[in-house]
Design a protein around this ligand. Structure first.
Ligand code: HEC
Length: 223
């Protein structure tokens, strides 16, 4: 059974280098976590792929990657668990937002099931961020920011063994631009992505901005 009990504490270490966006550094609730997942969860089987993971298990994730270590794109990530859609529009950032689009965030269902039970991201966790342009700013419901078109797809993957040199064991990937995302995601440099995620407070994921993850964690800590 694979669980990482490592508490990731590099926010202070990298604080000097971190560029802080609004939301960066927001501390999630400090809660006591059980180091062990529930007893009924069995060891993962050998042959699992990105789309066919048994619910509730951390996965042996060698099959998430191709021979040269690029991440395989899931068949249909729109069937994954949708956790939220932060938006940092240009017109609220002097026209210079780092990511001016909506950030639609999905987590692999098996990893979410594990997170619900334990409040921790298991090795093999894949979280996707699909950038979607800001479309209309007015609808029958009122003025606001409404989603336009798919722009690009990115991912972060946790594997403290495979990516032991990466802070927290998280590696970052890009599948390129819509509509023709690449079949495999190219690995990004630590300095391009990971350094900023080190300020997330909880295991490199900005959990505090996703009510779905916050609720799941709260429940895990009650059980
Ligand atoms: C300047 C800081 C910063 C940089 C650089 C950055 N991110 Fe993020 N990222 C964030 C913040 C803050 C969020 C959550 C709020 C949001 O999306 O606006 C986020 C969200 C994400 C998420 C959803 C999970 C989560 O942690 O919330 C993924 C996946 C992701 N980013 C991937 C990437 C990739 C891939 C790169 C490099 C190409 C990258 N990020 C670079 C700050 C950053």
């Amino acid at each position: 059974m694979k669980m990482t009990a490592v508490r990731d504490c590099v926010a202070g270490l990298l604080a000097g280098a971190a560029v802080v966006l609004s939301g960066c550094g927001a501390a999630p609730d400090e809660v006591e976590q059980s180091a062990e997942p529930p007893a009924e969860v069995a060891d993962p089987p050998e042959d699992v792929s990105l789309d066919d993971q048994p619910v509730g298990l951390p996965v042996e994730n060698s099959e998430l990657f191709d021979a040269v270590g690029n991440l395989l794109r899931p068949k249909d990530h729109h069937e994954w668990v949708f956790v939220g859609a932060p938006v940092t529009p240009n017109d609220m950032n002097d026209g210079k937002a780092a990511f001016p689009e909506f950030h639609n965030v999905y987590i692999n269902p098996a990893n979410f099931a594990w997170y619900k039970q334990t409040g921790e991201f298991p090795n093999g966790t894949v979280i996707l961020k699909e950038l979607v342009s800001v479309g209309s700013k007015s609808m029958a419901s009122g003025n606001g920011y409404f989603q336009g078109d798919f722009v690009s797809l990115e991912a972060m993957v946790k594997d403290t063994g495979r990516f032991s040199e990466e802070p927290g064991g998280w590696a970052f990937f890009r599948f390129g631009e819509a509509p023709d995302y690449a079949a495999t995601g190219a690995r990004m440099k630590t300095a391009d992505c990971n350094f900023c995620h080190a300020s997330a407070g909880e295991d490199y994921v900005f959990t505090s901005t996703y009510p779905v993850l916050r609720a799941a964690k709260k429940r895990a800590n009650k059980e």
